[in-house]
Design a protein around this ligand. Structure first.
Ligand SMILES: [Zn+2]
Length: 703
């Protein structure tokens, strides 16, 4: 707890709301948390009781209700969203009454009808959001009216539910059962969460009414012969935790409890309802939510509390598993949704993805993520702080960054991309696009693929896809249009550019793009600059054909900054032999010598330090440092040395020497004798202490 408080979570850190009205549901929810967080202050107007924590890296606000029912849920949700402004969606997790019909949507049809202890999850079908709200009075009179507008759950949640369903269908182990077992039912007061057993799952025909209100079926002697025999329940091992069946479909939410099997079946049949509950509708009115219900009764007159604990646990277990399948960045990326109009965007999210894929299938974001990973912590800051870079961000049109091979241009480009993405995180009208040219992909970089990829990224920056593109896509889907051609793409790029307040384009390694393609791309971008505020950042090796195009613009050479190199080398030294790590002078010497020799070429620093990895003694390291390749031919030399090392394997030759001494000497050598024997240099008259091989090297060579 103390640790969490020190970590200092704020109200803004919580992105998932978990609403559970009953105490039994709240306890189950708390058992699903990976971490519990300390409470945060709340305004006097907020009467909710919150429990804070995290599941799989997502911070969750758990809110109880002071009384069940739609109106209470609405109040709780409204207050929660004011106190925790970054909550993006809600999970309504608790118990509900199941409809004992066979589900079409159930992932495992062989499991048959809905049973007690199953889980029902809302799933939008046709026109509605997965939860339909009804007025209970009207429902009794046979009229069933939807009241209120319900927001559907965000697509990421539905996708996560789908992924989870697919995984559960294939996996032998069941993550839901594992989650349920987090609850220690042997603890006092926790026994109510125990699985009651298939033999406690009693279903009567809808018209068979419970005999005496207020007492159990057994006490009032409801006719056991009336029970509907279920082959699955019959065969089930009474005590073993069953496979929890998850049914996805429509959940009905009303203000009163349904306790009549006939009413239940009529409503269910008319509207395809799988489950009845009492909170979702109120909460869903203007807030994207997913309802998750553990089935605790059959909505008939025989209902009792026996299954409350286990059903609540099953629902909570599902919610936990769902959150584990939700990518963290997708949760934070979800925009906050203050009203219904904006929800339209969520509904359209699927279409949006389809259109983006249609524009280009290239995923430059993946390249960016991979490249940024290679960044050594804090490196590259020197460039971001230069005058040239700052004035480029502020609006100058072009910054050309040439560099020698291996200077770190690609990583630097990814640092620039990341920097801009952070800076303009909350500014949707700024378009950020980038492209990493790469020799190995040269065959597929054409003007088309390049521009389409750029367009895709610019469109991604917009809150809404321009109508012209949507329309084209719709027609294409109906087979009334061809795939967009280069002309269409240019037209759209211009259209999008006119709607963005400014654009940043980063291109890495222009020299790794075919000359003809490069020329047309650059001329198109320069053209675009006359119509909109566009800033271009480009890196390249010093190729005359390219540098001539940037003569009149500011240049900023990319070279490994000495501080970056030193910090990189200090990190790498940890991977060298222990005798090096322990010797402060030697460490210093290595860092200084390499930093000096590489002359701004990061890749050389890597090759140089790699060449030291198997050196067995101080002397061998020192002599390697003296011979570090420098100057323009450094790369060839460094590569050659690397190749030789791979072929000869320093450590192998050393091991052979060690073994020869051990096998061929007349008497048994002590470690010290062996060290000295190996340290003798043929042709040298004096003995050099520094050539004594390290003992640990010696031992590991023979291992
Ligand atoms: Zn009964």
């Amino acid at each position: 707890m103390r640790e969490d408080a020190q970590r200092g979570f704020t109200h803004e850190d919580y992105t998932v709301g978990w609403i559970c009205p009953l105490e039994v549901e709240l306890i189950a929810a708390l058992e699903m948390l990976d971490e519990e967080h300390e409470g945060l202050p709340q305004p006097p107007s907020d009467h909710n009781v919150y429990n804070l924590g995290s599941i799989a890296g997502k911070n969750v606000v758990i809110a109880g209700l002071w009384k069940p029912g739609n109106n209470a849920a609405a109040t709780v949700v409204t207050q929660m969203r004011m106190t925790f402004p970054h909550v993006r969606f809600g999970l309504l997790v608790g118990i509900g009454g199941g409809v004992p019909g066979t589900t079409e949507q159930g992932e495992m049809p062989e499991e048959g009808r809905i049973h007690l202890g199953d889980v029902v999850v809302s799933k939008p079908t046709g026109i509605h959001s997965g939860v339909i709200q009804y007025d209970h009075g009207k429902a009794y009179n046979g009229q069933f009216e939807r009241t209120g507008a319900l927001a559907p759950p965000p697509p990421v949640l539905l996708q996560a539910a789908q992924v989870l369903a697919a995984k559960r269908a294939r996996w032998r182990r069941d993550p839901l059962a594992e989650n349920i077992m987090r609850i220690d039912t042997t603890a006092p007061k926790m026994s109510r969460f125990r699985y009651p057993g298939a033999d406690k799952d009693h279903l009567y025909p809808p018209e068979y009414v419970h005999r005496v209100r207020g007492v159990s079926c057994r006490q009032c002697e409801c006719d056991t012969d009336q029970r509907i025999i279920d082959s699955l329940a019959e065969e089930a091992d009474k005590d073993a935790l069953p496979l929890i069946v998850v049914h996805r479909g429509t959940i009905a939410s009303g203000e009163l409890v349904i306790k009549d099997g006939v009413v239940r079946d009529r409503l269910a049949q008319e509207h395809g309802i799988l489950c009845f509950e009492m909170e979702a509708a109120g909460a869903l009115a203007d807030f994207p939510c997913l309802a998750i219900r553990g089935v605790s009764d059959y909505c008939d007159s025989h209902k009792n509390d026996d299954w409350h604990g286990y059903a609540a646990a099953a629902a909570a277990a599902y919610a936990r598993e769902l959150l584990s399948h939700l990518p963290i960045d997708q949760v934070t990326r979800l925009a906050y949704v203050p009203n219904l109009e904006k929800l339209v965007n969520f509904v359209d999210d699927h279409e949006r993805q389809d259109i983006l894929e249609f524009i280009s299938t290239r995923d430059e974001g993946a390249v960016q993520a991979d490249t940024l990973k290679q960044r050594h912590k804090g490196s590259g800051r020197y460039l971001l702080e230069t005058e040239q870079f700052r004035s480029w961000v502020d609006g100058s049109q072009i910054l050309f960054c040439p560099g020698l091979p291996g200077a770190g241009k690609t990583v630097m480009t990814s640092i620039v991309v990341d920097h801009l993405q952070q800076q303009f995180l909350d500014t949707p009208a700024v378009g950020i696009a980038y492209f990493f040219c790469n020799f190995s992909q040269q065959s597929i970089i054409t003007e088309d693929t390049f521009m389409a990829c750029l367009l895709k990224q610019l469109v991604q920056s917009m809150p809404q896809i321009p109508g012209a593109i949507r329309e084209y896509f719709a027609r294409y889907r109906e087979n009334k249009r061809r795939r967009p051609q280069l002309d269409d793409i240019y037209q759209w790029v211009n259209l999008v550019a006119s709607q963005l307040s400014r654009i940043y384009i980063m291109i890495d390694a222009l020299d790794e793009c075919e000359a003809e393609v490069r020329t047309s791309i650059l001329s198109q971008i320069f053209d675009l600059q006359s119509n909109c505020r566009l800033s271009l950042f480009a890196t390249s090796r010093l190729v005359p054909d390219i540098t001539s195009q940037f003569e009149q613009y500011p240049w900023l050479e990319i070279r490994a900054h000495p501080d970056d190199v030193k910090s990189y080398l200090s990190g790498q030294i940890a991977k060298l032999r222990p005798f090096v790590r322990k010797d402060a002078n030697l460490r210093e010497l290595i860092i200084e010598s390499i930093a000096k020799a590489i002359d701004g070429m990061f890749l050389l620093a890597k090759l140089s330090i790699d060449s030291l990895k198997n050196k067995p003694s101080v002397k061998s390291i020192k002599s390697a440092l003296k011979g570090l390749p420098t100057g323009s031919s450094a790369y060839n030399q460094a590569y050659q040395a690397t190749m030789e090392r791979i072929n000869s394997q320093d450590s192998q030759t050393f091991a052979k020497k060690v073994l020869s001494w051990l096998v061929c000497s007349k008497e048994r050598l002590t470690l010290s004798q062996l060290q000295h024997a190996l340290g003798v240099e043929i042709g040298s008259s004096a003995f050099d202490e520094e050539n004594l091989p390290d003992i640990e090297c010696l031992i590991s060579a023979c291992a």
